[in-house]
Design a protein around this ligand. Structure first.
Ligand SMILES: [Zn+2]
Length: 213
């Protein structure tokens, strides 16, 4: 892998702090289930949104966050996520296009997946263990992100969001029912405007060992 494809957070440092916390939208809200509009203007308004998304993702302990998850129907996501080498990588991708390995090159890995828009619930989902996203950075410059490990999963999960797909759509009926039952059980911990209002604490709450995006 070329060094330029292994860069870590180049160009996003300015967006990692100083944002405003926003409410996270939930599955069932229309913006979560519709395709997004492309980003065409790379201005201060976009940069404010990106900054707010990084702050909201950090506050909610997520590894990725799509614009639809803060109620904005635009095609961009942010991530702060470890790859297969446990190296945390941060970035923003506007207008992402996902590429997955073909045929015999494709290895599926099953792991628990969670979504900040269905907080607290996790189910195993098999996804390719390598993914590439191309798109544009915060200034409209072309970028390419290669993901292994959890980052590969995150890139797929976030690109799905921008097409109006949530990971529950990819589960079997049985696992989807389990997922919803789990979310229902923990719903009282998450105020409707979470994370603006903090999560309640509970003795039965699952430790935050599984990441959400
Ligand atoms: Zn999600």
């Amino acid at each position: 892998m070329a060094p330029s494809e292994r860069r870590t957070g180049v160009g996003v440092d300015e967006f990692l702090t100083g944002g405003r916390l926003r409410r996270i939208t939930r599955w069932g809200e229309p913006v979560m289930h519709a395709p997004t509009e492309p980003v065409t203007v790379f201005d201060e308004e976009l940069h404010t949104l990106i900054r707010d998304m990084f702050t909201t993702m950090a506050e909610s302990h997520g590894v990725g966050l799509a614009a639809t998850q803060v109620g904005v129907g635009k095609a961009l996501f942010v991530y702060d996520c470890p790859d297969a080498d446990e190296i945390y990588r941060q970035g923003v991708v506007c207008n992402p296009v996902l590429s997955l390995p073909d045929g015999s090159e494709r290895n599926f890995e099953s792991a628990e997946e969670g979504c900040l828009s269905l907080p607290g619930a996790y189910q195993p989902l098999a996804r390719p263990d390598f993914a590439v996203v191309t798109g544009q950075d915060a200034y409209g410059q072309p970028i390419r992100v290669e993901g292994t490990g959890l980052l590969a999963r995150c890139l797929q999960h976030e690109t799905d969001h921008l097409g109006g797909t949530v990971f529950g759509d990819r589960l079997s009926g049985r696992l989807r029912r389990k997922l919803y039952a789990q979310a229902q059980e923990l719903a009282h911990l998450y105020p409707d405007d979470w994370p603006l209002s903090p999560k309640a604490t509970s003795a039965v709450d699952k430790p935050a060992s599984s990441p959400s995006a």
